[in-house]
Design a protein around this ligand. Structure first.
Ligand code: HEC
Ligand code: HEC
Length: 78
């Protein structure tokens, strides 16, 4: 929502959860919260939730960071 020059591909890994009382997921882990600003569907939530481990946290960068097969830079350029 707020980033330019590709900085949206630098995920807020390890940052605090986001409190969002009016949101489907509350609190939302940091990367999930950033992506869910626009990707708001229940299926999107299910995808983000199921890719978050209770012990190790979010795995988003595995697939969506700059080097990922599904990098946001590539996906958003389509
Ligand atoms: C500012 C709004 C916005 C944010 C924030 C955002 N997206 Fe998107 N995203 C879109 C839009 C609009 C599309 C469809 C159009 C396009 O491809 O550019 C899209 C498409 C995608 C797609 C392709 C699949 C599809 O549904 O079309 C993926 C994957 C994706 N986004 C991942 C992410 C991830 C991961 C994040 C967080 C790091 C994120 N997005 C954050 C707006 C956003
Ligand atoms: C194992 C690989 C993998 C992981 C890990 C992963 N995703 Fe995805 N994600 C995908 C694929 C594949 C798609 C569909 C891409 C397409 O349609 O081109 C997708 C789609 C998305 C979309 C678009 C969904 C929509 O409804 O339009 C968002 C947002 C997203 N992922 C966010 C995340 C977040 C946040 C995380 C971490 C909590 C995450 N993903 C973890 C592979 C992954």
């Amino acid at each position: 929502m707020c980033h330019v020059n590709g900085s949206e591909a630098v995920f807020p890994i390890g940052k605090l959860d986001v409190k969002a009382p009016n949101f489907l997921m509350d609190p939302a882990p940091a990367t999930t919260a950033a992506c869910a600003a626009c990707h708001t569907t229940r299926s999107s939530m299910a995808h983000m939730s199921s890719n978050t481990d209770p012990k190790f946290g979010e795995s988003c960068d595995t697939c969506h960071d700059v080097n990922g097969k599904f990098s946001v830079l590539k996906e958003h350029a389509k």
